[in-house]
Design a protein around this ligand. Structure first.
Ligand SMILES: *Cc1c(COP(=O)(O)O)cnc(C)c1O
Length: 436
């Protein structure tokens, strides 16, 4: 889908990725760049994920600039949104990638074989086959999460005669104020190795012919909007780096993980440039004078606000005192509200003054947990109208499933004067393809 570029057609970077604009009919309509979401829904159907390339570029640039004072690489966390077109765009911005599976490695390699040199591989359960694929591709670094994994990696690397650069992902025992399911930096969590064991494991790794200790990594969780837990974790990591260097290990990289949160509504966060600046300052201060190459693994903070899920109201219904708005999107399309009780702003695509009502916005799936909002004050919407579920660019499509044998949504990327289909809507054929 293409359109003429005129004076107002190109989204200026400082603009919100989604904003209301006056339409020819005089009504205000929610647009992504120059595209009314109603137009995209008509062309591509619903439910539909819509992403703003301009917003993604802008956010990546802002975060990168905030770290301009120190050697660093942004390694985009692929699991936040693994669409190939998104990875391609991000690769073009000189970013690397943080992967957690062989499938994510394959995606990155599809973008470019050369991207491997900027890939870090995280995750508590890497298989031998995944290690082999990553060793053959020549990735930058393995973030190793246990003694057993380290032993297996040493074995696989020796077998393939490829040197594996490793960082141990340490567990700094730092609490992050976030949902328990996405908090990862405490001793009781499955992630990383305890700080106290790290030294012994580094010594062991340094003695292996095909392992090269190259860094230390940490990731304390996701949707963290305060800087303090990040700096606390990094301070502990830096103390370890100093010790290990004194022992003669040449550690180049400190991987600070991802986890920087976004404003889903309700939080009070500064504008993104200032927010990114604060985050960077917090980390750089914790780093102190120790010279390292910082790796950052942002996911949500880059993609979240750059995407929205577009859905159509199928029905309205009233059960006793409760009012429901039933949409054609469901928890299989966007799981976050059901999984984490997450809040997403929901707005009608057609703007304009109307009265508010209290409703539950729910999907068609046979689960009470299938909801996008509960007892939410929303403008009154009619059957057939479009709603936009905001901040759905990260952990939206990547958590989508075929539950209830529903076909997964299509994805569209708006880039200047183009709105490009980047994943077509699934068909019945796709749905049944694997079955025998
Ligand atoms: C999920 C994950 C990230 C990205 O987290 P965000 O909250 O999306 O920034 C980064 N690193 C690791 C190891 C992860 O598991």
């Amino acid at each position: 889908m293409k359109r003429q570029t005129g004076p107002n057609r190109n989204q200026s970077p400082a603009e919100e990725p989604f904003s209301y604009r006056a339409s020819p009919g005089g009504r205000r309509v929610l647009c992504c760049g120059s595209f009314p979401l109603s137009e995209l829904a008509k062309k591509f159907g619903t439910p539909l994920y819509v992403y703003s390339a301009a917003a993604l570029r802008e956010r990546s640039w802002v975060l990168d600039s905030a770290f301009a004072g120190v050697p660093h690489t942004l390694c985009y966390s692929v699991k936040a949104n693994p669409n190939l077109s998104i990875l391609r765009l991000i690769y073009g911005l000189k970013c690397g990638f943080d992967i957690v599976s062989g499938g994510e490695l394959e995606r990155v390699l599809r973008v470019s074989r050369r991207a491997a040199a900027r890939v870090v591989f995280s995750g508590v359960g890497k298989t031998a086959a995944e290690m082999d694929a990553a060793l053959r591709a020549g990735i930058l670094m393995f973030n190793v999460e246990s003694e057993s994994e380290l032993a297996l990696l040493a074995e696989r690397a020796a077998r393939l005669k490829r040197r594996a650069r490793v960082a141990l992902r340490v567990n700094p025992h730092v609490a992050a104020n976030t949902h328990p399911y996405i908090s990862t930096g405490l001793r009781r969590h499955k992630f990383g190795v305890p700080m106290t064991e790290a030294r012994r494991l580094y010594r062991w790794a340094a003695a292996q012919p095909f392992l090269l200790p190259a860094g230390v990594s940490v990731h304390i969780g996701s949707q963290i909007t305060e800087v303090a837990p990040f700096s606390a974790a990094l301070r502990r990591v830096i103390a370890l780096v100093r010790e290990l260097r004194e022992e003669g290990l040449r550690l180049t990289y400190v991987d600070c993980g991802g986890g920087l949160g976004i404003n889903y509504g309700g939080q009070r966060l500064p504008p993104f440039p200032r927010y990114a600046e604060r985050y960077a300052q917090g980390l750089v201060r914790a780093l102190g004078p120790t010279p390292v190459h910082l790796l950052l693994e942002p996911g949500r903070v880059l993609l979240g606000p750059a995407g929205a899920l577009l859905t159509r109201v199928l029905y309205r219904k009233t059960n006793g005192p409760k009012r429901f708005v039933v949409t054609d999107a469901a928890m299989n399309d966007l799981l976050r509200p059901s999984l984490y009780g997450a809040h997403h702003r929901i707005v009608p695509v057609e703007g304009g003054g109307r009265s508010l009502e209290t409703v539950d916005v729910v999907g068609p799936i046979c689960e009470t947990g299938d909801f996008f909002a509960r007892d939410r004050r929303l403008p009154q919407v009619k059957e057939g109208e479009l709603l936009a579920i905001m901040d759905a660019g990260a952990y939206g499509m990547s958590l989508a499933s075929n539950y209830n044998s529903r076909l997964r949504a299509a994805e569209v990327m708006v880039d200047g004067a183009r709105a490009k289909l980047i994943r077509r809507r699934e068909t019945m054929r796709d749905l049944l393809r694997q079955e025998i």
